[in-house]
Design a protein around this ligand. Structure first.
Ligand code: FES
Length: 150
């Protein structure tokens, strides 16, 4: 058989890291669900944030797609762990593609992983902003309640 794929692709395809799902309603979980128009493949990547530090403590994925997409999402979940959200936004699909030695026709597969990371970060940031909004609304209400009690 001709060796079409780099050993890193085969490895991540055969032993994908961090396959699974987190509860998408958890306020510290960000979910990125993205699709590739070119082929119809779909990738879901989730990150779990430490509430205090804002760092990514865990990540998982489910990918309905080709071997390169599965390998790309597996690599992405490994690379985001332990990093801040700002840091993971700098992860480029070209770095993933290089790590896996993806051929040019498979670049869009690694693009899915970059898009999924960005979407997951956006999701959890929105959730956190909403929560902060609520708690400051509570704080704003507090003096009024006090005033009413007095
Ligand atoms: Fe579309 Fe790989 S062929 S994600």
């Amino acid at each position: 058989l001709p060796r079409l794929y780099h050993e890193n692709v085969i490895d991540h395809y055969n032993n994908p890291r961090n396959v699974g799902s987190f509860d998408k309603n958890d306020p510290n979980v960000g979910t990125g669900l993205v699709g590739a128009p070119a082929c119809g493949d779909v990738m879901k990547l989730q990150i779990k944030i430490d509430e205090e530090s804002g760092k990514i403590v865990d990540a998982c994925f489910k990918t309905f797609g080709c071997g390169s997409a599965i390998a790309s999402s597996s690599v992405a979940t490994e690379w985001v762990k332990g990093k801040s959200m700002d840091e993971v936004l700098t992860i480029k699909n070209t770095e993933i593609a290089k790590h896996l030695s993806l051929p040019p026709v498979k670049l869009h597969c690694s693009m899915l992983a970059e898009d999924a990371i960005k979407a997951a970060v956006k999701d959890v940031e929105l959730k956190r902003a909403k929560l902060e909004g609520n708690s400051s609304a509570d704080a704003a209400n507090a003096p009024i309640e006090k005033a009413a009690d007095a």
